[in-house]
Design a protein around this ligand. Structure first.
Ligand SMILES: NC(=O)c1ccc[n+]([C@@H]2O[C@H](COP(=O)([O-])OP(=O)(O)OC[C@H]3O[C@@H](n4cnc5c(N)ncnc54)[C@H](OP(=O)(O)O)[C@@H]3O)[C@@H](O)[C@H]2O)c1
Length: 320
């Protein structure tokens, strides 16, 4: 089968398309024929090993998992002898950043490893980006314990994480202010939230105070956002910040009764998959889709994702 392979860490060019043997499912695993995957920031992080810490999970000197692709949609074509939840013919979407494998024609995963049945009427392309951005957003929103009626700012509203966060926060009935660049104001306003254009105005120039500021692209900072936080307000960033300051702020503000920084580790349980799927089924969550590339064009897809300018999600067609 055709697969995108990287045998060393580095820039997009370390990835090559090769023919490798098709995997065989073990007792608790399913074999998925991948139709569409995404190329996302998680794949970029593990491929580049830009943050050395990722090597403790992916291999100290060389990648243990040579085929990335943590997010995908496809059809189950074979199941192991002990599999209970799925059967051949099931159309599934999924996310797994421990095992990866979606940048290939076939992948195997345990049946409990972040899979869900594609909502009725959704295409593989629509379903592929359901979990990467949304599970980061949902992990952070849960950590901030957002309640109905609370005021929340999403800085970096156009990324996979930011655009998912807005939709989840709307489901929770939060009052959302989204911050994005001029080119994307209309796209984000169409999600039904108040929008601030950071290119034509200063997002900190507001009398409003926020219960939660979610820096979904890691381009603001606690220092900048602190004056905008309510007395018990929480700041969370998807990035470590300058000299990993967000980790230190999380430690130093942890005992504070006011204005705290959290740095939660993202998780994805079966309940989380079910929750995100239910939002999709109810029409409350539709991942934004930017460009589409073919498997052979994966290096270009990586380059685009790493430009930091994608709007929502970038798809990789495994079956063109
Ligand atoms: N290391 C990992 O494993 C990992 C995994 C997932 C995510 N992350 C991090 O999480 C962050 C978000 O990722 P993502 O995939 O959701 O989105 P992304 O691809 O990083 O977001 C791109 C969007 O960010 C906006 N943007 C760029 N510069 C900005 C600025 N100065 N202020 C506000 N917005 C700006 C752009 O829209 P506008 O034109 O509207 O500004 C663009 O559409 C990234 O920093 C990423 O590195 C890391």
């Amino acid at each position: 089968m055709k697969a995108a392979i990287h045998t060393r860490y580095g820039p997009p060019e370390v990835v090559q398309i090769k023919d490798i043997p098709q995997p065989v499912p073990k007792a608790h695993e399913v074999l998925i024929k991948v139709h569409v995957a995404t190329v996302n920031r998680t794949d970029c992080g593990f491929r580049s090993a830009q943050y050395f810490v990722s090597r403790f999970f992916s291999g100290l000197f060389r990648p243990k998992r040579k085929t990335l692709g943590c997010e995908f949609a496809g059809e189950i074509v074979e199941v192991g002898s002990a599999v209970k939840k799925y059967a051949p013919g099931d159309r599934v979407f999924g996310f797994n950043d421990a095992l990866f494998g979606g940048h290939a024609e076939y992948m195997v995963l345990p049946e409990t490893a972040g899979l869900g049945i594609i909502p009725e009427g959704w295409t593989y392309a629509e379903a592929a980006p359901l979990l990467e951005g949304s599970h980061y957003a949902w992990s952070d929103i849960k950590a901030a314990n957002v309640q109905s009626g609370q005021r929340v700012m999403v800085y970096g509203a156009t990324g996979a994480i930011g655009s998912a966060a807005i939709q989840i926060l709307k489901h929770l009935n939060a009052e959302v202010t989204a911050v994005c660049g001029t080119a994307h104001v209309e796209t984000i306003r169409n999600m039904g939230v108040e929008v601030v254009d950071y290119q034509t105005s200063d997002f900190t120039d507001t009398p409003l105070r926020y219960d939660f500021i979610f820096d979904a692209v890691g381009k603001a900072s606690f220092g900048k956002c602190k004056p905008l936080l309510s007395e018990k307000g929480i700041y969370i960033s998807t990035e470590l910040g300058k000299r990993a300051e967000n980790i230190w702020y999380a430690i130093t503000t942890s005992r504070s009764a006011s204005k705290r920084v959290l740095f939660p580790l993202p998780t994805l349980s079966e309940d989380d998959v079910a929750f995100i799927r239910s939002l999709a089924v109810n029409g409350e969550f539709q991942p934004l889709i930017d460009r589409t590339y073919k498997l052979d064009e994966i290096v270009e897809a990586y380059r685009y994702v790493e430009s930091g300018q994608k709007v929502g999600n970038v798809l990789l067609l495994i079956i063109p």
